[in-house]
Design a protein around this ligand. Structure first.
Ligand code: NAD
Ligand code: TYD
Length: 353
C-alpha cells in the first residue's frame, strides 16, 4: 500500500512528503510536472530512500495516473498539484484552467476507474483528499465573521475560480459516484521552500538583495497566516479521520494586514542580519500599483476541524515567522538556485514592465 501525492515537489507538497516520511514508513508516490514552482532540491534529503518514488508527469495525463494507482496499490490520493499564484493567474489564466480544473477532473476520472475495481474493503478504505484554499470564498468585510464551511463560494481571481471549480468537481464525484472524498480549504501558508514570488519569501529575498519591498495598494489587506507544517498536520488528521464528503477549513487564527507582516519580517532581519548601514530593512518598503480584483480580507474559522478532529496549530505567527526567516537565511543557495533564469522574467513582467 502507498499514497499518491500530486504536486509533491512544490512548497506545501514537499513539506508534506518530508513530514510524512519523517513519521511513517508508508511509501509516497510523488507525481509532479516540475513546473517553475516544482523543485526536486526540496526533496534532496530523500535521495536513495526507497519509500519515495518520484515520477515527473502531469495530472492531466489520465493513463499515467491510472497506471500509477494500479502499479503501486495506492490507498489514498492527495491532490496538491496546482498553479497557485494569483498574480500569474491574472497574466495567464489558461494554465490555471488546465491544471486546476482539467487536471483535477482527470485525476478524479482515473481514481474512479481504479476505485470501482477495488475489493469491498479497499474501496471503503480508499480516500481522495483535495487540497484547496480559503480564496474560493472571496473577500470578507472588515467586521464579518471568518469563513466557515457553509460560507458562499464567491471567487474573485482566475486562480480562486479554478480552485472553486475543482472543489465542486470533487463534491460531485462523491455525490454522483460515491468516491470517498475529503476537501480542505486552507488559509495562506508560509514556511520553508516557498517560492519567492509569494509575499513573505519575496520580501525576505528582496530585503537581502537591497531591492524594494513591493506593497500592493495601501497594504491593509488582511490574510490569515498558517505555518506550513501545521497545514500538513491538518491534512494528515483529515485523511485519517475526516468524514467522507465533508470539507474542513484550516487556519491559524492569525489575521494580519500585509504591512504588519512585512514590518515583522523586516524587524527579524534587522535583528538576525542587520543592514550594513544599520538602518532598518523597512526603509526598502515601496508602495506599488494594486493587484486587480485584490481581495481585502481572508479569515478562517477552523472550529469544525478542532471540534470534530481535535486539530490545532502548533505554531503561533511569531514562532513560525522567526523559523521561516531563519530558514531563508540558512538556505541562501536554495534561493539563489530557484531565482535564476525564468524567475527574473517573471519579476520583470510583474514589477517592472
Ligand atoms: P506550488 O505552486 O508551490 O506547487 C505546486 C506544485 O504542483 C509544483 O511542484 C508544480 O510543479 C506542480 N504542478 C503544477 N501543475 C502540475 C500538473 N499539471 N501536474 C502535476 N504537477 C503539477 O503550490 P503550493 O503553494 O505548494 O500549493 C499546493 C496546493 O495547496 C495548491 O493546490 C494550492 O491551491 C493549495 N493551497 C495553497 C496555499 C498557499 O498559501 N500556498 C494555501 C491554501 C491552499
Ligand atoms: P500572496 O503571497 O501572493 O498570496 P495570496 O494572494 O494568495 O493571498 O500575497 C499575499 C498578500 O500580499 C496579498 O494581499 C497580496 C500581497 N502582496 C503584496 O502586497 N506585494 C507582493 O509583491 C506580493 C507578491 C503580494
Amino acid at each position: 500500500m502507498s499514497i499518491l501525492v500530486t504536486g509533491g515537489a512544490g512548497f506545501i507538497g514537499s513539506n508534506f512528503v518530508l513530514d510524512w516520511l519523517g513519521l511513517s514508513d508508508e511509501p509516497v508516490i510523488n507525481l509532479d510536472a516540475l513546473t517553475y514552482a516544482g523543485n526536486l532540491e526540496n526533496l534532496a534529503s530523500l535521495k536513495g530512500d526507497p519509500r519515495h518514488v518520484f515520477v515527473q508527469g502531469d495530472i492531466v495525463d489520465f493513463d499515467r495516473v491510472l497506471g500509477l494507482l494500479e502499479a503501486h496499490e495506492v490507498r489514498a490520493v492527495l491532490n496538491f498539484a496546482a498553479e497557485s499564484h494569483v498574480d500569474r493567474s491574472i497574466h495567464g489564466p489558461g494554465e490555471f484552467i488546465q491544471t486546476n480544473v482539467v487536471g483535477a477532473f482527470n485525476l478524479l476520472e482515473a481514481v474512479r476507474a481504479y476505485w470501482v475495481k477495488l475489493g469491498t474493503t479497499e474501496r471503503q478504505k480508499f480516500r481522495f483528499l483535495h487540497v484547496s484554499t480559503d480564496e474560493v470564498y472571496g473577500s470578507l468585510d472588515p467586521a464579518a465573521a471568518p469563513f466557515n464551511e457553509t460560507s458562499r463560494y464567491e471567487p474573485n481571481s482566475p486562480y480562486s475560480a479554478s480552485k472553486a471549480a475543482s472543489d465542486h468537481l470533487v463534491r460531485a464525484y462523491h455525490q454522483t459516484y460515491g468516491i470517498p472524498v475529503l476537501t480542505t480549504n486552507c488559509s495562506n501558508n508560509y514556511g520553508p521552500y516557498q517560492f519567492p514570488e509569494k509575499l513573505i519569501p519575496l520580501v525576505i529575498h528582496n530585503a537581502l538583495s537591497g531591492k524594494p519591498l513591493p506593497i500592493y495598494g495601501d497594504g491593509r489587506q488582511i490574510r490569515d497566516w498558517l505555518y506550513v507544517t501545521d497545514h500538513c498536520s491538518a491534512i494528515r488528521r483529515v485523511l485519517d479521520a475526516g468524514r467522507l464528503g465533508e470539507t474542513y477549513n484550516v487556519g491559524g487564527w492569525n489575521e494580519k494586514p500585509n504591512l504588519e507582516v512585512v514590518h515583522g519580517v523586516c524587524a527579524i532581519l534587522d535583528e538576525l542580519r542587520p543592514r550594513k548601514d544599520a538602518k532598518s530593512y523597512a526603509e526598502q518598503i515601496s508602495f506599488v500599483k494594486d493587484r486587480p480584483g485584490h481581495d481585502r480580507r481572508y479569515a478562517i474559522d477552523a472550529g469544525k476541524l478542532e471540534r470534530e478532529l481535535g486539530w490545532k496549530p502548533q505554531e503561533s505567527f511569531e514562532t513560525g515567522i522567526h523559523k521561516t526567516v531563519r530558514w531563508y537565511l540558512d538556505h541562501q543557495q536554495w534561493v539563489k538556485n530557484v531565482t535564476s533564469g525564468a524567475y527574473r522574467d517573471w519579476i520583470a513582467r510583474q514589477y517592472i514592465a
